[in-house]
Design a protein around this ligand. Sequence first.
Ligand code: PLP
Length: 386
Amino acid sequence: MNNVISSNVQDIQISGIRKFYNKVSKYPDAISLTLGQPDFNVPDGIKSALIEAMNENKTGYTSNAGIFELREGISKYLSSLSINYNPDEICLTIGGSEGLMDVFSALVDRGDKVLIPDPAYPAYESCVKIVGGQVINYNLNDDFSIDFDNLENIVKTENPKIIVISYPCNPTGAVLSKKYNERLHKIISENDIIAVSDEMYAALCFNEHYYSVAQFNDIKHKVIVISGFSKMFSMTGLRIGYVCAEDRFMEGIMKVHQYNVSCAPSIVQWAVVEGLKNCMSDAEYMKNEFIKRRDYLYKRLKDIGFNVNLPMGAFYMFPSIRKFGIKSEDFCESLLKEAKVAIVPGSAFGKGGEGYIRISYASNIDKLKLASDRIEEFIKLGSYSK
Ligand code: PLP
């Protein structure tokens, strides 16, 4: 047997983010700003509830969709963002990652076309390819807003089944404006298309108003939301997320979820019930800290001479390196070797990411200061061309 690995899987790459993260281990004194891993501890209220759930032996399987108390809590939380899903339209998953895989597995037939922004979080493309779908990219403008001429043209000519929308955005830090939310609404209502909206960073939107295509009730039958608590409560390793969708989607999504994992981890579900009740101020605190970190890093990068858009959400900055005339992967390799700072090449997020680097500011200001000092020296000495 020659092809032990399926052609769909052979066709995908391991994540460029992880690839770079793994390289860092060879440089013990390097500062790593690679991962989307906030450095805050899990809020105390969530920790205590987790331990309590364990002590109360709440360790068996839950229902496939997850405990009602958490689905109810999420339903209430989402209504504070003007997004309406009742608890029966919510399924708890093992992180947003499982949610993405469940949704694409449930919806995508071999050859179905799925529109994905370029650059984007790499899992979209890989999940779609694993289930045999065909990826079509749509472009972003220099300010990281959607290039609507390009998008409208692709929707007309390619007849895609799904469009992935990803705000607040990893890797660009962009958020959705009211105007562009309305333009997306128009495209979704006028075309036979399903929107999969990844809102993993919804709690980290720095604008006063949060916009999402899930806020329009008239297209609710065409929208699926994927989100979770990894970033909101700084609990990436505890693996809890959720999918929201109307029945016609949820029935299929639940089948995949059931055969894939049965249910999300029971004690973590109970812990997040407490989180949504009593730890929202912790989430707010972390958001405000991210804003301080963003402001610090943005100023430093501007002063060093980078072209960079001010991120309005998530915790990533995506400066341009075009003016240095070097590929993003080579830039990051040199930065790691010469300056001992690890960041992710923009090319890890798709062709459209070439010419950029992604810096995660999920680390504290001391670390950001040290990294900025090193980057400053690296640029001053022209070490990127070594
Ligand atoms: N979606 C986006 C945009 C992400 O950045 C991530 C994680 O970095 C995920 C989904 C997956 O999140 P989780 O850790 O909950 O699986």
